[in-house]
Write a protein that binds this ligand. Structure first.
Ligand code: NAD
Ligand code: MN
Length: 490
């Protein structure tokens, strides 16, 4: 690319007046554990802070569950499984899930605000993407509760028992819904641990469970960091583990369950290729690439973090991307105009910055939006690297931030080789005007989800999951039920 073009056209978009969300929310000073249907203090009496990443200030105190609290939660889930939820008629279980889904819809505005305050994502995402999907997952799996024999013909599906679920901070409520809704629909009970930086909305979900009269112990929510997670997944009283998070922790969990009868599904990292051919609808592709990596600050395991663009359109594409990047609004997550919110935590910002430095050291060229960012809190300007080669760390490692790595290819075969040259395989995107090319490329990509002429679309009916080090097992859809059922032959 012509070097002179590098500092073109950055600068602010035309201004909008601030439009902050003003709906009041019931943010508590302190959150307890949710065990056996009640909010209880941790036995140790210890709490940790949850921060608002947009200000860097403390939002609330969260109970820290130790092994003894985890034990109470698992025992409560076991009792509920054996005495209430397991024996309950499936159609009755379905009614509870429908009720929960409706309550989530009723309270979705408040939940969206809390999600944005605690996690840093823009309100337009928490309100218009996360929360509708959270409710949709409960509605969808509620519908399956009494139809499981139709899902697996010739089998007699039965629940597995107590499911231990550990989730990350990028989609706190949505990950909770992905994990809980199918588990409950299949007749299992749950002990779930949200991520330590984003535990608040899970506790508000617990209030919804109480309001829905969900029997005590069917869902238990324990809060804490990695050691709480370890105590949960290593507990003898659980039958199944569902984990979403980093590949490193996923590997540790896989080692710890080896030799036990615990079932395991893992949803780990990704380094998705978004492949743009020269015959693609170009403006649509630019928008899709933007959505694929800057959406949710790039805190997305299936983010389109590698752009593979056909060499003949590289310069044109980069120019359009640069122009569009300059119009992204970075700032207050509670402002309805914000496109890119705050980085979830100081630690995550540090990881992102370190990889950006690595990219520069390796010789790739950084292009950064010149937008203003707030003084306090954790922020990263949307940016991309050109001149990236497949061996660069920024082409191989998950950055998990709003940073795109751009590579080029000449032929479809080369695009496939580059796209598959990764230890991950969670998702990919293909942009072309030619339908046959979509099918041929999609067939050759080793990725669990492939979007064509779109990116980052989710639906509860559609299975999601990885190849290779992105994990195993599927969540969502009919396939997502399989992880929560024993399937004996009739
Ligand atoms: P992480 O894997 O450490 O945390 C995910 C969840 O696992 C959290 O609830 C955490 O408390 C828990 N946990 C941590 N250690 C554990 C252990 N030994 N046993 C059981 N549970 C444990 O992820 P992170 O440190 O928050 O983020 C690090 C990197 O992970 C990110 O930079 C990103 O690359 C990746 N990540 C991926 C996803 C995803 O959706 N696939 C989500 C978040 C983070
Ligand atoms: Mn927080």
């Amino acid at each position: 690319m012509n070097k002179k073009k590098h500092h073109l056209n950055f600068g602010s978009a035309f201004d909008y007046a601030p439009a902050p969300e003003t709906t009041p929310v019931d943010l508590k000073k302190q959150y307890e554990l949710f065990i056996n249907g009640e909010f209880v203090a941790p036995e140790s009496g210890r709490y940790f802070n949850s921060t608002n990443p947009a200000t860097g200030k403390q939002l609330s105190r969260i109970a820290k569950a130790e092994a003894s609290d985890v034990d109470l939660a698992v025992k409560s889930a076991r009792r509920a499984y054996e005495k209430v939820w397991g024996p309950m008629a499936p159609s009755e279980r379905g009614k509870y899930l429908f009720r929960i889904a409706r309550l989530i819809q009723e309270k979705s505005r408040e939940l969206a605000i809390l999600e944005s305050m605690d996690g840093g994502k823009p309100i337009k995402e928490s309100r218009d993407i996360d929360l509708p999907l959270v409710a949709a997952h409960f509605f969808y799996y509620a519908g399956w509760a009494d139809k499981l024999t139709f899902a697996f013909p010739g089998r007699a599906p039965s629940p597995i028992g107590v499911a231990a679920q550990v989730i990350p901070w990028n989609f706190p409520l949505l990950m909770a819904a992905w994990k809980m809704a199918p588990a409950l629909a299949c007749g299992n009970t749950v002990v779930i641990k949200p991520a330590e930086t984003t535990s608040i909305t899970a506790m508000h979900l617990a209030e919804i469970f109480q309001e829905a009269d969900l029997p005590a112990g069917v869902v238990n929510i324990i809060t804490g960091a990695g050691d709480t997670g370890t105590a949960l997944v290593e507990h003898d009283g659980i039958d199944k583990i569902a984990f979403t998070g980093s590949t490193d922790v996923g590997k540790k969990i896989a080692q710890s369950v080896a030799g036990s009868t615990k079932k395991l599904t893992l949803e780990l990292g990704g380094k998705a290729a978004n492949i743009v051919f020269d015959d693609a609808p170009i403006e649509q592709a630019v928008e899709g690439v933007i959505n694929g990596i800057y959406f949710n600050q790039g805190h997305v395991c299936c983010a389109g973090s590698r752009l593979l663009v056909q060499e003949s359109i590289h310069d044109d594409f980069v120019e359009r991307l640069t122009r569009r990047l300059a119009t992204l609004r970075v700032g207050d997550p509670l402002d309805k105009n914000t496109d890119v919110g705050a980085i979830n935590s100081k630690a995550q910002l540090k990881r992102i910055k370190a990889l950006i430095e690595t990219g520069k050291d390796e010789g790739a060229e950084l292009h950064e939006s010149s937008c203003a960012i707030p003084d306090d809190g954790f922020w990263c300007r949307p940016s991309f690297f050109t001149g990236v080669t497949p061996s660069h760390r920024i082409a191989r490692e998950e950055i998990f931030g709003p940073v795109l790595s751009i590579l080029t290819f000449r032929t479809p075969a080369e695009a496939v080789t580059l796209a598959n040259d990764t230890c991950y395989g969670l998702s990919a995107g293909v942009w072309t005007d030619k339908g046959s090319k979509i099918f041929s490329i999609a067939d050759q990509l080793k990725a669990g989800v492939i979007w064509a002429n779109t990116f980052n679309r989710f639906d509860p009916t559609s299975p999601f999951g990885g190849y290779k080090e992105s994990g195993f097992g599927r969540e969502g859809g009919l396939q997502g039920l399989a992880a929560y059922l024993k399937q004996d032959h009739c």
